[in-house]
Write a protein that binds this ligand. Sequence first.
Ligand code: ZN
Length: 238
Amino acid sequence: MSVSVAEEVLGCDVADIDDFVTWSEWALARVGFRPSNALALVALCRDEIMDPFEAALSATWGRPFDVGALGGLVLVGRTGLAAALSHAPGEDGRHRFIAFCFPHIGIDADGTVGRVQRRGMLRASSACGALVALRAQLTRGEVAGAIDPDDVEQSLLSRIIGSSVDLGRVPSLVELTDLARTIAVADLRRYVDLARAAEPVDVAYVSGLLVHLPDARDVVARVEAHVLIDEQRIELPH
Ligand SMILES: [Zn+2]
């Protein structure tokens, strides 16, 4: 499948991972965020097909603090963020986080959204499986219930994302994945604000969709980025 087919399916431009990571280093350096003075936070789904993307981020930004759960949801809370804050460099008197929030979605060779060909498997399987399962639940008209102790992350995913969806119009999987992205950023920002207390913390929020194409090719789409420095917001156009 050509990239142009993927762009048509998604309705937006896509970018190669290496180009995206190079851009992140360049764009963030301009606002004072460097690998030596910032700690990367990654909100990525647990799926093993996220590994190449996480490795590409790590190669430039160093070993990240993992804040992601199923679907790329951020469940780490203020305690987890407080731990990350205690690991963030701060030699110049300011702590810096670079938060990468990238829920994922597959597009198979037939252009079917939500499917990915995995190593050693004859048939394509779901990506993101957690969001595909949530969408199936929404399509059946099921509203989120109590937290299931035997399915904690998926039941929280269902509650948190499901409560933002109008059951009268179930979103497409692309829309649902983008909603997961915006919720991950908002939740992470809330946890940072709860954990920071009086600490000076500057945060770059970089989010988008990680898209798996056939032949194990990954691209990013719908990248949005901004930094909050002393609560002042600066957009970083991608
Ligand atoms: Zn997933």
